[in-house]
Design a binder for this molecule. Sequence first.
Ligand SMILES: *[C@@H]1O[C@H](CO)[C@@H](O)[C@H](O)[C@H]1NC(C)=O
Ligand SMILES: *[C@@H]1O[C@H](CO)[C@@H](O)[C@H](O)[C@H]1NC(C)=O
Length: 190
Amino acid sequence: MAITITSALIIFFHFLVSHFDISYGRMCSQHIFTSNRLYNSCRDLPHLSASLHWTYNSSTGVAQIAYRARQGPRGWVAWAINPNQIGMVGSEALVAFHNGIGSMTVYTTLIASYSPSMVPGNLSFQVSGLSAESTINEITIFADVGPFEGGSLVNQVWQSGNLVLNGVPQMHAISQQNLQSTGEIDFLYN
Ligand SMILES: *[C@@H]1O[C@H](CO)[C@@H](O)[C@H](O)[C@H]1NC(C)=O
Ligand SMILES: *[C@@H]1O[C@H](CO)[C@@H](O)[C@H](O)[C@H]1NC(C)=O
């Protein structure tokens, strides 16, 4: 009996967590960007209350992207491509956070290990037009990325952490959401 109740509770909480994770006020196609930015495609990502918007130019292989994620004023957000494999290690990230003097810091960094330095570094693919914006509960990163070696199909990784210390994003939580925030995306398809 006890086991049955426990399993029922686990299933129930699992449902709650996954349900609210996906449904938290998200519908990327309804989002209106400031400064007349428009994107052809978007996807609500399944974890961390995040969305990716993009317009892909198949002749240049460049994707104009906007990555939006729920985050308060003390935390950081990151969106990355992993050219080598699925997962965090080896990924190449765009990271953004409030810098404490009223604007956003945004830069690129290589995630070489499970305990990356988070120091700025150049990526293996081109990044231009990098900028970030915030609202009270969301941070958005804008950039033009690519072309990529594999074309329009890439492994993406996204992440959020609650703390930035002395300009360095600190370790993210290791909840299921934080560990599952990775997957393939093909910029040619919605
Ligand atoms: C793709 O990029 C090329 C080169 O910059 C440009 O001429 C073309 O108009 C772009 N295509 C689209 C659909 O924007
Ligand atoms: C990144 O590339 C630029 C331009 O090639 C160079 O000036 C800069 O030093 C590089 N930064 C790092 C951290 O390697």
